[in-house]
Design a protein around this ligand. Structure first.
Ligand code: F6R
Length: 246
């Protein structure tokens, strides 16, 4: 595992965007695994800026997002497909037909999860997976559990996640209770994994995930075993493990 220590959120976002940009330059038809949430917004903004300058071309890129709330679709401004369009896809030249997000509107979980894993497989797997880190150590919506889940599945969101995500909704009751998420196996099979983490509130979980034991109780800890994992984090997020890098 490699740690890139950034000064602050903007610096973290530029560093992560640099890695994604290099991926797209080296393999223009690559498959990007993408995340939502506050952490990658700056990365997407930076990539849009470079796209507008003509420095990066997404024409042949394909994308697969990590997760989606069950029951929400693109018409809901809380859905992850809506987030991706408004924060990234609508501002670059990626072909909308090449972008993929689990379909929250499909009530048949088994069918949807099988479809999504088959899709990832048919694309030849993920070249670069971008991740954020949940306050409880979740990646995608793989919540703390007594085992690591494998493929895409339906998950009941933990109280901690519902509480953390209520900031995007009017009321806590409005936060969906279930999501479809890629599994740990889907993430671990990506050729390269890049995680962006920012802020002091994540310092404790960063230490637990990357200095502690590998355990499904802290799902991100599995990334310690990934062959090509880069943590791009700002000084505040790294403040409890500063002696371990430089
Ligand atoms: C989002 C996702 C989540 C977030 C995590 C951190 O697609 O899969 O795992 O990455 O909840 O969210 P933020 O970045 O908002 O702190």
């Amino acid at each position: 595992m490699r740690i890139i220590a950034a000064r602050d959120y903007n610096h973290m976002s530029r560093q992560a965007a640099n890695i994604i940009s290099a991926q797209v330059l080296l393999k223009p038809n690559c498959v990007l695994g993408l995340a939502t949430g506050s952490s990658p917004i700056g990365t997407y903004k930076q990539l849009i800026e470079w796209y507008n300058k003509g420095d990066i071309d997404f024409r042949q890129v394909k994308s697969v997002n990590l997760d989606e709330y069950v029951g929400l679709d693109y018409t809901s401004n809380q859905s992850y497909i809506y987030f991706m369009r408004s924060n990234f896809f609508d501002h670059i030249n990626i072909d909308p037909a090449n972008t993929n997000v689990p379909c929250g509107a499909n009530p048949n979980a088994e069918e949807e999860c099988e479809r999504y894993d088959a899709l990832i497989h048919s694309l030849g797997g993920i070249d670069l997976q971008l991740l954020g880190l949940g306050p409880n150590g979740h990646i995608g919506f793989n919540e703390p559990d007594d085992h690591f889940t494998k493929g895409t599945h339906k998950v009941a969101l933990s109280d901690a996640t519902i509480h953390a995500n209520k900031r995007f909704f009017e009321r806590e009751e409005d936060v969906p209770r279930f999501a479809y998420t890629m599994g740990i196996c889907d993430i671990m099979q990506a050729e390269r994994v890049v995680m962006v983490v920012s802020g002091e509130s994540k310092a404790g979980i960063v230490r637990e995930a990357f200095l502690g034991p590998v355990t499904p109780q802290v799902p991100a800890s599995i990334l310690q075993l990934h062959k090509n994992f880069t943590l791009v984090a700002d000084a505040a997020a790294l403040s409890q493990m500063s002696h371990t890098y430089d």
